[in-house]
Design a protein around this ligand. Structure first.
Ligand SMILES: C[S@@+](CC[C@H](N)C(=O)[O-])C[C@H]1O[C@@H](n2cnc3c(N)ncnc32)[C@H](O)[C@@H]1O
Ligand SMILES: [Zn+2]
Length: 386
């Protein structure tokens, strides 16, 4: 490490993820919440890494940047499990980086892994304009990814995939509007599809930051698991493409009186249907969320590997882009309309019987996504409750 002696490491344990054996701080395996010092590893983020490996297997980047690498769990797994990819792991914590280095050696991928001790944003921005940008860039910070988005976009090759974690889910889901406005420049509100709204607000922010560097985004996949959200999108260079991507931004407004939701280019405070007060959420990405071949291919990879959580998260995206960019909460609908609980599948069938499309919300299992109006949803719920 720049000629300095190796740092003192904490007691290490071995955990297995996929076909990779990871050395991790022993305390992180038993602790209720993972400690950030002296080095970080979160066993609960395994699904998050399974999806990364599966997406990399399908998109086949030649180079992968793990920009906030921690102890190297993601970078080393990608190097070992996703084909002949060159992995760069950036981390400013010396102890974590030394463990990442050992993990690369232990899994016999050291010749394809480079460890860089650097501040992540400094490294990401150092790629700006360079030919050797990365085919995939992953940003997995504590909390909001907002400060890293412009750098990640700059470090990704044209057509490359950027993936981001956000753990400030409450903020993105509408609990802290002033924080969301400060971090993401978006209006948020509580809603019946909070996780979908959060993912779309995050993507909307990425599209607008893309605009600052004449770069478009096009989403590949997204999931909301445990305490975090993940988005995957491709990066495309060019002012024209960036302008067109910004055309996918809009607002979703939901009426507090008649519960109808609608999409509009600007914020709409009044319900068109009943004149009631509506809460707009946006700007958010109201365009497609999925690059079909990648999401379904990655779902298959997970299924074959037996990675159930990741496979379900990816498979549940099928059909999402045929429906409006919001959903309804079955719990809210049944309690508001005083219908005793109903079987979800029967509601879907009742909607389909009237020619509507409907599916389970992929971002929050209690939700329904449909192209039906709110009164039609209520009618289907009543029908299913009979
Ligand atoms: C959530 S952890 C990463 C976990 C890792 N990706 C994994 O899957 O196990 C975030 C890591 O980023 C490092 N970090 C935070 N801010 C950083 C920065 N500005 N530059 C470099 N590293 C940073 C922390 O030391 C920590 O190890
Ligand atoms: Zn209304």
């Amino acid at each position: 490490m720049r000629g300095r002696a190796s740092p003192v490491l904490p007691r290490l344990a071995v955990v297995r993820e996929g076909s990779t054996e990871l050395l991790v701080p022993a305390a992180s395996v038993t602790a209720k919440a993972p400690e950030t010092a002296p080095a970080f590893f979160n066993p609960a983020a395994r699904v998050n890494r399974d999806v990364s490996v599966a997406v990399a297997r399908v998109t086949r980047p030649a180079t992968f940047l793990d920009a906030l690498a921690g102890t190297g769990a993601r970078g080393v797994r990608v190097a070992r499990e996703a084909g002949p990819v060159e992995v760069t792991m950036v981390e400013f914590n010396r102890v974590s980086l030394e463990i990442a280095r050992r993990n690369a050696r232990r899994n016999r991928v050291a010749s394809r892994c480079v460890e860089v001790r650097e501040e992540a944003n400094a490294y990401l921005h150092s790629r700006f304009g360079r030919l050797e940008r990365f085919g995939a860039v992953d940003v997995d910070p504590f909390g909001t990814p907002a400060p890293f988005v412009q750098g990640a976009l700059s470090a990704a090759a044209d057509g490359g995939v950027v993936s981001l974690t956000a753990t400030d889910t409450a903020t993105l889901c509408g609990v802290f509007p002033s924080v969301a406005f400060r971090r993401y420049g978006a209006r948020v509100a509580k809603s019946e599809s909070p996780h979908e709204a959060g993912i779309r607000v995050l993507l909307g922010f990425c599209a607008r930051v893309g605009g600052t560097v004449d770069t478009a985004i096009s989403p590949v996949a997204a999931h909301s698991t445990l305490h975090y959200m993940r988005v995957y999108f491709r990066v495309h260079r060019g002012a024209g493409r960036s302008d067109r991507a910004l055309g996918e931004l809009g607002y979703v407004s939901r009426c507090a009186s008649c519960h109808e939701a609608k999409v509009s280019p600007g914020p709409s405070e009044t319900c068109e249907r009943c004149g009631g007060k509506a809460s707009p959420i946006g700007p958010q990405w109201v365009g497609p969320l999925v690059e079909g071949g990648v999401a379904s291919g990655a779902a298959r990879e997970c299924e074959e590997a037996g990675w159930d959580g990741a496979g379900e998260a990816l498979a549940s995206l099928a059909g999402v882009d045929g429906l409006p960019p919001f959903g309804y909460s079955m719990e809210a609908v049944t309690s508001r309309e005083r219908v005793s609980s109903v079987r979800f599948q029967r509601v879907v069938e009742a909607l389909e019987a009237t020619g509507r499309a409907a599916m389970r919300q992929p971002f929050g299992s209690q939700g329904l996504k449909t192209d039906a109006s709110y009164p039609e949803v209520v009618a289907a719920v009543r029908e299913a409750g009979r």
